[in-house]
Write a protein that binds this ligand. Structure first.
Ligand SMILES: Nc1ncnc2c1ncn2[C@@H]1O[C@H](COP(=O)(O)OP(=O)(O)OP(=O)(O)O)[C@@H](O)[C@H]1O
Ligand SMILES: [Mg+2]
Length: 240
């Protein structure tokens, strides 16, 4: 579905990503883990078109069997329109807008008649959002804002959902709820690429994972294999 091919990315004068190769298959959950500053957010922003690779390309195949398109030169809204939606680091909900207005922002490229129905589906997924639909998003708790950010991403009807650190700053119980929902969203056919500092949860959720170290892919494989790899356990899973 998505092949990141040998990309380099610079931010200002800093050469941040070096020859990154990633592959995301249709229906997979792929985790990207790594220390602070490893280049995880940079990788996601490049896929979303917010940053440009200085080398390499990003091929996207919305439906299996179709010809891939190179999205590395496409505008961010075209990439959203093609079916890739990113739930950003720090959630980025519009504090002054109501819950429902935030969800409508997620549907801004759509003109079909299913928008209201999809809003109701988000409320079914997270009933608290339905109860608070007219309240300003800024009044929600951190966990509720994360649910809203996730719901807003779903409103563009993505084929590939990208999440940057959804667990950041949230209580364990809320994280469980969000991760259970991600599993459910995936089982309904949405492919997921997730960046997480919480490597234990990320490896538990995902089928495969990539480990980034200082802008390079240091290791990749089945998440279950990585979770039992002593080097990963020591560096990322807190096992002595
Ligand atoms: N706007 C920017 N301008 C220049 N350099 C940047 C910018 N943002 C990030 N960087 C640098 O790019 C590198 C990778 O940053 P990035 O945010 O992608 O890492 P990350 O893996 O997402 O880290 P974190 O876990 O802290 O979110 C870091 O060395 C960082 O200092
Ligand atoms: Mg980051």
């Amino acid at each position: 579905m998505l092949t990141v091919e040998n990309i380099d990315v610079h931010r200002g004068k800093t050469h941040v990503l070096h020859q990154i190769d990633l592959h995301v298959g249709h229906g997979e959950i792929i985790a990207l883990i790594g220390a602070n500053g490893a280049g995880k957010t940079t990788t996601l922003k490049t896929i979303s078109g917010l940053l440009r690779p200085t080398k390499g390309k990003i091929l996207y195949t919305p439906e299996a069997g179709k010809a891939p398109i190179d999205i590395s030169t496409m505008a961010p809204e075209q990439i959203v329109g093609a079916g890739i939606s990113q739930c950003p680091e720090g959630r980025g909900v519009f504090a002054q807008l109501s819950v429902k207005e935030n969800l409508l922002v997620g549907a801004y490229l759509r003109s079909d008649k299913e928008i209201e129905k999809d809003i109701q589906s988000v409320y079914e997924m997270f009933p608290i959002l339905g109860e608070r639909s007219t309240q300003a998003a800024g009044k929600l708790s951190g966990g509720q804002q994360m649910m809203l950010a996730l719901g807003r991403s779903l409103m563009s009807q993505p084929k590939l959902l990208i999440l940057d650190e959804p667990s950041l700053g949230l209580a364990p119980l809320i994280i469980e709820t969000i991760f259970a929902m991600l599993q459910k969203i995936n089982s309904q056919g949405v492919t997921i690429l997730i960046v997480e500092q919480n490597a234990v949860m990320a490896l538990d959720l995902s089928h495969r994972a990539y480990v980034l170290e200082t802008g390079r892919v240091a290791l990749s494989g089945l998440s279950s294999d990585l979770a039992s790899n002593p080097q990963i356990q020591k560096s990322y899973l807190g096992v002595e």
